[in-house]
Ligand binder design. Structure first.
Ligand code: ZN
Length: 314
């Protein structure tokens, strides 16, 4: 099977045969019009000589189960029938599925990573933004309009000063801890002289907080409980057995992760907290393509189905 991860910066691909992976990586580059990108993805697929399912994870909001991109800020696309275009370009022959990248990532972790063997999983990724994915009773939960798992836009503040979010609303957890918001805040407070001018990134805040810097510690003490509220509420609704935390910010901020999990213990009801294990994602950059390949292999939302084999005459 073939897995593709079409992100904002890189196009990554791999042929997965059992535990062996043959990989490929290139920048998405410019131009980014749908025809150019479809051609680029198709050539990568062909170069990997598929003889089975092909799954594509894409950094985009999808409006249906046929890979129609409603909106992708990374690719600067709106209403692009990406799945249909790719299926037409590749032609019949092998099953093709197109999935939201965070859904593919969490499915990958459940197949071969931090949530192996789990049937009820919540995955939350804090990177530039905050994304999430849900597996319930062994099935990926996509929701009625493909928006399930959007934990980044659950509200943690609701007063007049609640931070504005790029989604158009206020008080979303992403507007506090999403990497791009966090960087802006660090820069603003460094400029005001509130903290050391050696601190520019979330991992530098984490190291400074661990070393006892009062500003850094204050920032984490303010923000960690907000993420704990969002996670605790999601756990109360979903009752997962495993919570997988990942993304660039959490992967590089061990103190923040510890503070968030400590607060979660207070903010999650006992019967849900007891059986829950909170773990870090294991597959890193491979999770999306591994997950997309496994989703296609499991027959989830296929756009192209395999051609029927000719029946043998008696
Ligand atoms: Zn939002």
């Amino acid at each position: 099977m073939i897995g593709i991860d079409l992100g904002g910066s890189n196009l990554r691909a791999a042929r997965i045969d059992g535990s062996a992976m043959t990989g490929h990586r290139e920048p998405v580059g410019e131009p980014r019009d749908p025809q150019t990108i479809v051609e680029k993805v198709a050539r990568v697929v062909e170069s990997l000589a598929p003889d089975g399912p092909v799954g594509v994870g894409i950094a985009a909001m999808l409006s249906d189960r046929r890979g129609t991109v409603a909106n992708s800020p990374h690719l600067r696309w709106r209403d692009v029938p990406f799945g249909e275009l790719l299926a037409a370009r590749l032609g019949p022959g092998y099953p093709l599925g197109v999935y939201n990248d965070v859904n593919a990532i969490i499915w990958g972790e459940a197949q071969a990573g931090a949530a192996r063997g789990c049937r009820d999983v919540l995955g939350v990724y804090v990177g530039t933004g905050i994304g999430g994915g849900v597996i319930a009773n062994g099935q990926l939960v996509t929701g009625t309009s493909n928006c399930a798992g959007e934990i980044g836009h659950t509200k943690v503040r609701w007063d007049r000063d609640a931070a504005p979010c790029a989604c158009g609303q206020r008080g979303c957890i992403e507007a506090y801890l999403g990497g791009s918001y966090l960087m802006t805040r660090i820069e603003r407070e460094t400029g005001r002289g509130a903290c050391s001018d050696q601190i520019h990134t979330p991992d530098e805040v984490d190291r400074a907080a661990a070393a006892g810097d009062p500003w850094a510690l204050g920032l984490w003490r303010e923000l960690a409980p907000l993420l704990s509220v969002a996670l605790g509420n999601a756990v109360a609704v979903l009752n997962p057995e495993r919570l997988v935390l990942g993304g660039g910010v959490l992967a590089r901020c061990p103190l923040l992760v510890r503070m968030v999990t400590d607060h979660m213990a207070e903010m999650t009801n006992g019967p849900s907290w007891g059986p829950l294990s909170v773990v870090l994602a294991e597959l890193g950059d491979d999770a999306g393509l591994v997950g997309a390949a496994h989703l296609a292999a499991s027959g989830t939302d296929l756009i192209t189905r395999p051609s029927p084999r000719p029946r043998r005459e008696p």
